[in-house]
Design a protein around this ligand. Sequence first.
Ligand code: GCB
Length: 739
Amino acid sequence: MRYLENWNEGWNFAKAANLEEARTAKWEAVSLPHTWNNVDGQDGGNDYYRGRCLYEKTFEKPKAFGEGKQVYLEFQAAAMIADVLVNGKKLAHHEGGYSTFRVNLTDVLEETNRIQVFVDNAANDFVYPQMADFTFYGGLYRDVTLIVVPEDHFELEKDGTPGMKVTPQVEEGRAEIALEAWVPGGRGQVRFTVDGMSKTAEVKDGSAKVSLTIENVHLWDGVNDPFLYTAKAELLIGEDIADEIVLPFGCRTFAIDKEKGFFLNGKPYPLRGVSRHQDRVDVGNALTEAMHREDMAIIKEIGANTIRLAHYQHAQYFYDLCDREGMIVWAEIPYITKHMEKGRQNTLDQMRELIVQNYHHPSIVCWGLSNEITASGTVTEDLIENHRLLNDLCHRMDSTRLTTMAHVFMLETESPLIDLPDIGSYNLYFGWYLGELSQNDEFFDEFHETYPERVIGLSEYGADANPQFQASEPERGDYTESYQCLYHEHLLACIEARPYLWATHVWNMFDFAADGRDEGGAHGRNQKGLVTMDRKLKKDAFYLYKAAWSREPFVHLCGRRYAERAEAQTEIKVYSNQPKVSLYVDGKLTETQEGRTVFRFQTVLSGEHLIEAKAGACTDSMRIRRVPEPNKAYQFLKEGDVVNWFDRDTYKKDFYGIKDRLKDLQANPDAAKLTDEIMAKARASRGDVAKSTQGNENLRKMMGGMSLESVLKQVKGAVPAEEIQELNRKLQSIRKPEA
Ligand code: GCB
């Protein structure tokens, strides 16, 4: 039988790129999971250590070793490129930092041995990811396990396979379970057992296959009833059981209707949830199982029923949790932002491993081919061909799931990429990076009307929020917790009004490290999370979704961190999934409202007040107080920022100005001329602006819906502030037509 031993302890680590450097390097004792970027990968500046490092360990020949035994090491991940040497002999090379691979050590083992694993996260042009909005941690950041098996054993090497494939096919209350297991030696029989039923098959040409039927099948029914079966495969050599594998699986059907969205087991099951990056504060990506469980508990608390596991293969343990908790999962490879001509093979390798290693998970319903792959650069024939190959690979390997892609907002809806995968999805950030909130609604309405045959989803949307920042009049780009709420209130309504969206995923459940970022009062961090990167603080917007999705009764007062307020009358906002909320100020009932999700109360402030919200048996309370001046600490101000391009007090709404939308400005010949001039200037000084605004009809149309101010903020630096002020002055002298 199989012998397993956790190998996380007893490693030495050095930043040594080769054996020569290793001799003089500074060594440090470490245990796994380990990354060398847990600190520098989250501190901003994009100067975290990306290079080749070395892990070493000495070990005795395993006790379980004996006649004919095979000794393997399983690496659940090595980021990003690994070379494994034992006793000086190179045994394996693996490219891709997120998938499992196993190495056979048997032939080189001596009594005492030394293993050396070079792990490399340096930049290159053939392994993904190379350009993206997250830190590319290096390290042996998941478990390493020693596996000793008899000479006859199930396949361990090919693409990190679990050794068995389980394909349930559900029809009319029964499930046909196709089971296949691989045996490299090619001899013996395999006994498959599911739900108390067993069937045995001869190993032929390295594999054994049977099919079993479960009558009155107990379905895996998402978060309502995530029931799992197990499939066992035993390799029989005569009377002996040489090897055994067990895999959980679930029986379910799903379908997607272009009008009605997602169906699970024949019933409507709108997919509403979040995306997850795997890292956290000070730990980087080197997570413990307890941390994975905590993430899942928070995702369950919000009431999500789907997770986009972005932008790469996550830990096997987490996919298992998704199965157990009934989450519907979008799984993907890190083919992201920038297509690399030399990266084709790597995309295919990473996709093969993703599918082989995760095929049995009922939670997974689709394979994501790429994310915003056209964001930097043009759509070349090579890029399209790469996607065609990936798409065909997925279909060949798995006929039970769909392929998808996450498109960047400016990808033309006419692009050949749109119809390439089975179903599509856009990442939209109107109302955050650019444009107005209503453009999200307009985008989908137009898309759905123009292409009623296409299945479309919202794979990303979000707004950064630093909980330190608060505002009574939140604005796009202010990084306040308050604006994040407004943004998500709009998007939640947008989504609820469009049931055809096959899945929607908030970007992101948790703040995450993006060492290239430095903004919003934080270094190296993307703050679009609904929860902070240490998992300790749930931002107010978290409770908006909890109110919309979770059935566990609760009431939440927003603005707890907006404790000092300068306004005489203030809004108290409450999120709750209860139908009735009462507000108490200083112990006195002031108002009761009936409604759904968001409840807004107006309160006069004088001095300090105890605010309480009650909804059924649920209560929440906070203290706020009136202060003479707005608290500066609540405001994000970056040095050198052009905050005011116009004087708010003298801005005339009856006249044109930079707050008008491009398409409205175009309606007046004089305003259009001034606008065209400044846009031409922006294009001339910034090549990227030129590229992204010319010849892209989709983008041009969308920009029409943006205010000139938004567009100019977007291309910050392209035109000097004085010129923008001057332009605004001129526009403010052109009267608008009467409404
Ligand atoms: C995106 C990317 C994601 C980024 C996100 C953002 O579209 O897919 O990786 O983190 O935008 O926050 O800008």
